[in-house]
Design a protein around this ligand. Structure first.
Ligand SMILES: Nc1ncnc2c1ncn2[C@@H]1O[C@H](COP(=O)(O)OP(=O)(O)OP(=O)(O)O)[C@@H](O)[C@H]1O
Ligand SMILES: [Mg+2]
Length: 246
């Protein structure tokens, strides 16, 4: 199946706040899809719907062709082993060291031996360019290191798809560049697809195969970067204004 996910006419309210108002979107196998949209437009809510951390009020979500819109909590467990979610802000467990943070999903979802877990933790850290930091606690890591550790944790289950919620926000340009390269590397070397919520144009240019733009609860644009640059939508144009990269 070409699509990993298909969203059809998804609606989500919180009380009077009608956040998503009929979202149609395909997430294709192998692609990096970037989601743009103003603060509060519902980007994080949309990611949470994909892994069952929130449920849609109306519409359908298909994962690998199966309707997953309304599953009991346990029904989402197998999906979460195939789809990793990098929370906005990184979200490592502060009371656990790097090893424990990375081992956590393996202990929760597999019956691997401690030796195999350690080997896999080291391997995942190496893939994000970090070594010999297993014993450190999140409090002693820089922001960029923390994002990389969170990325290592996201790839440790060998997922098919990673959902990144603002992976580069607040990082310096060089660290942003490193993260962007890693996102591409995951796609190229490990065939992991990505959905990337971001406001950072360098991430858009480096990582996006396709772009989707969420505005006032609707996907007002889905297409390539080149098509986005030609768009007449004023809010989407604002992202590309004064930007003469090709
Ligand atoms: N659990 C919740 N309960 C009530 N309202 C919520 C909840 N989660 C999100 N919202 C509301 O839904 C709207 C969209 O929130 P969301 O976090 O998806 O925005 P966002 O597009 O990710 O913004 P940002 O770019 O600032 O991260 C906001 O108005 C927010 O207050
Ligand atoms: Mg958000």
């Amino acid at each position: 199946m070409e699509q990993i996910y298909r969203l059809e006419q998804i609606h989500k309210h919180f009380g009077d706040n009608h956040v998503l108002r009929g979202i149609d979107l395909d997430i294709r196998r192998g692609e990096n899809l970037v989601i743009l949209g103003g603060s509060g437009s519902g980007k994080s809510v949309m990611l949470k719907l994909l892994v069952g951390l929130l449920t849609a009020d109306k519409g359908k979500i298909y994962f690998d062709g199966n309707d997953i819109t309304q599953l009991p909590e346990k029904g989402y467990y197998p999906i979460r082993t195939r789809v990793s979610y990098l929370f906005q802000g990184g979200a490592l467990f502060d009371s656990m060291n790097v090893y424990q943070n990375l081992a956590y999903p393996l202990k929760a979802h597999t019956d691997m031996s401690s030796q195999d877990i350690l080997a896999q933790v080291k391997d995942a850290l190496k893939k994000v360019g970090l070594e010999e930091i297993e014993h450190l606690f999140p409090g002693s890591l820089s922001g960029g290191m923390m994002k990389r550790v969170a990325l290592a944790r996201a790839i440790i289950n060998q997922p098919e798809l990673i959902l990144y919620d603002e992976p580069t926000t607040g990082l310096d340009p060089l660290t942003t560049h490193t993260i962007n390269e890693l996102i591409r590397k995951m796609q190229k070397d490990l065939q992991i697809s990505s959905v990337i919520v971001t406001h950072d144009m360098p991430t858009v240019y480096r990582c996006a195969d396709r772009l989707a733009f969420l505005d006032e609860g609707c996907m007002v644009f889905i297409g390539t970067i080149e098509q986005a640059r030609q768009s007449t939508h004023p809010k989407l144009r604002a992202y590309f204004q004064g930007d003469d990269r090709v």
